[in-house]
Design a protein around this ligand. Sequence first.
Ligand SMILES: Cc1ncc(COP(=O)(O)O)c(C=O)c1O
Length: 373
Amino acid sequence: MLEDWLAPKAAALEARGLTRRLHARAADDDLIDLAGNDYLGLSTDSRVIAAAAEAIQRWGTGSTASRLVTGTTALHEELESELAAYAGQESALVFSSGYLANLGVVTALGGPGTLLVSDEHIHASLVDACRLSRSRVEVVPHNDLEAVEKVLAERNEPHAVVMTESVFSVLSDKAPLVDLAAVALDNDALLLVDEAHGLGVTGGGHGSVHASGLAGLDHVVVTMTMSKSMASQGGAVLGPRLLRDHLINRARPFIYDTGLNPAACAAALAALRVLQAEPDRPAAVHAAAARLAAACGVPPSSGAVVSVPMPGPRETVRAAELCLDNGVRVGSFRPPSVPDGISRLRLTANAGLSAADLDRACAVIVDAIGQVS
Ligand SMILES: Cc1ncc(COP(=O)(O)O)c(C=O)c1O
């Protein structure tokens, strides 16, 4: 039965060069990594590892239940208060992933009385949140302020949430946050900013909302992940305390999900503390990204990701294989993981790359692109 059902789907993907495959990485490979999202280079930092190990010794390997039962520890509370302070927000609520933080906040604010306005390049987790929310959803062209203003002004719903990313995950361009916040305020709407690729990288690490002077405003809400700059796992919603209380009572991905494990909390907390003690790390990320972008002949990135358009999906995969054969791991993104349908190499800069690593990586990538194009 499954053969008739799934085999034609698999064949159709294969014919278009879009089959996805898993590749287990070795713990001790000596590749130059430009595919992971460990932007600050902290996932192997000895202080972060020690904090996670100590948390396991103290609290055990799991959080044992949902946050509302036994899944909240002192580590969750410390992480929430330090994240909120760092981002300039009144409060934070930790979820077990960034994906669930987005699902949680959007579904808890959504419903028939709320219009959701979604940038067309928004991350899949926010797209899925829209689908689950039972709200009317308006998808607007990428970074189009006028379109946002129009749908807000013409709505019948009493509430509205405008959703964007501070730094977009694939193209790494930025949203016009100050203007979006002004349009939202004028139209009695909330602005939800996913800072998955901003916090730890932009605004000296404090994120784009902070750098734009929008942190702490009543109508601006931030979501984030602990899986990138914070070198761990987990997610959070940051904003007014009233929103936090609402989420604790209404966000199903918070209520019905086991709490983030204590080791992940401790690792994220340790990474945040290292970032504060070593505030030059974000600048190192930008310098590495600028070097990669210049070598590949693409515009400078707003964050850590350098996005290199390729002729097609097969060329993208082939170029990534050639890089791997020469000691450099890069991301290869193809439809449907690219917002504009263009396959691309996705290179992620990180603060731990040496000048020699970057020189070598640039040479290998430029050569691979030349061979397939
Ligand atoms: C923009 C954005 N939002 C949310 C997520 C989901 O975060 P997590 O991996 O913690 O579930 C990601 C990627 O992982 C992302 O790139």
